[in-house]
Design a protein around this ligand. Structure first.
Ligand code: ADP
Ligand code: MG
Length: 296
């Protein structure tokens, strides 16, 4: 008697992606109050992509980025970057991961730089920690500052730099040990429109010239207009994505709802209100689409 064949194993969600978040949950306990900063967030980012993350204040963007940067740990769910499982890292793994796999530009501009060091010395610092030889460090610092368009700032301290220059130096520091991914949390949040465009241009350069995958949180609609994919977070979950493609000469932007593995989709509030969709709706399968109708 032969045993029945085992059921085929489902392929891993996002097996080919560089970054995978699946049903990611982060709960903060502050006193007696529990805050669910992430409530089952799904996100896939492919190698070489540049993705913008948008969402209202408090929607969980910084929480997501600090988890992906290895600074905070998720409460539940799955998070993988490259070969690293972010829920199963030892302290030592975490140091390695933060030093070599990812670069992070924090939301508060001032925390990214050291006031008494020059730009060149700041880019040098993470390489020294990683025991990179001095000659390589010197060459790479100047290269990176050049790529970010701040070669002329190499010997200046943060106090002698404009806001835009400070952020570009911070990005160079984050890239010092050649990470696969750059995470930047509202890097242009404190800058005017023109300066913000410059910093963003520098990040696109990093993505295109160095092949670094970039995930950038922004509230700036101009910025999200310049990337191919914008992911929107609402209440700690990914709710929609906007994809931009060039169609001949024309740039076409199309908004998609995000469906999770169980098939759940969020219907935007204005759609629900327009048709008074409430607790129950009628679903019907058509030959090439699905309809949703009010239960009346
Ligand atoms: P965003 O970056 O989108 O503004 P955050 O990720 O900073 O959002 O915060 C998401 C939610 O989690 C908010 O309600 C915030 O108050 C809460 N939160 C963030 N960090 C902490 C913390 N360390 N302790 C308690 N609550 C926090
Ligand atoms: Mg934030």
């Amino acid at each position: 008697m032969s045993l029945p064949a085992p059921p085929p194993r489902a392929p891993e969600f996002g097996a080919d992606a560089l970054i995978v978040c699946e049903s990611l949950v982060r709960i903060y306990q502050s006193g007696p109050v529990e805050v669910q900063a992430l409530q089952g967030l799904d996100l896939l980012v492919n190698r070489g992509e540049m993705v913008a993350v948008v969402g209202a204040s408090g929607s969980g963007k910084s929480t997501l980025l600090s988890i992906l940067a290895g600074i905070d740990a998720p409460t539940a769910g799955r998070a993988r970057v490259g070969t690293w499982d972010l829920l199963a890292m030892s302290r030592r793994d975490r140091v390695q991961y933060r030093r070599h796999t990812v670069g992070f530009v924090r939301q508060q501009t001032a925390t990214n730089l050291v006031p008494y060091l020059t730009a060149r010395q700041m880019v040098d610092l993470p390489m020294t920690a990683a025991r990179v030889p001095a000659a390589t460090r010197t060459a790479r610092s100047l290269d990176l500052l050049g790529t970010l368009g701040v070669a002329d700032c190499a010997d200046r301290r943060p106090g002698q730099l404009s806001g835009g220059q400070q952020q570009r130096v911070a990005i160079a520091v984050a890239l010092a040990n050649e990470p696969e991914v750059l995470f930047a949390d509202e890097p242009t949040g404190e800058l005017d429109t023109a300066t913000s465009a410059e910093v963003f241009g520098a990040m696109r350069n990093v993505n295109q010239e160095l092949g670094v995958t970039v995930v950038v949180v922004t509230h700036d609609p101009e910025v999200s207009g310049q990337v191919e994919r914008t992911v929107a977070i609402r209440d700690g979950r990914t709710s929609s994505e906007v994809l931009r493609r060039t169609n001949g000469e024309e740039l076409v932007a199309e908004e998609y709802a995000v469906m999770d593995r169980a098939g759940r989709v969020q219907i935007p509030r204005d759609y629900r209100e327009a048709l008074a969709l409430t607790r129950r709706v009628r679903l019907a399968l058509e030959s090439d689409h699905v309809t949703i109708r009010p239960d009346a």
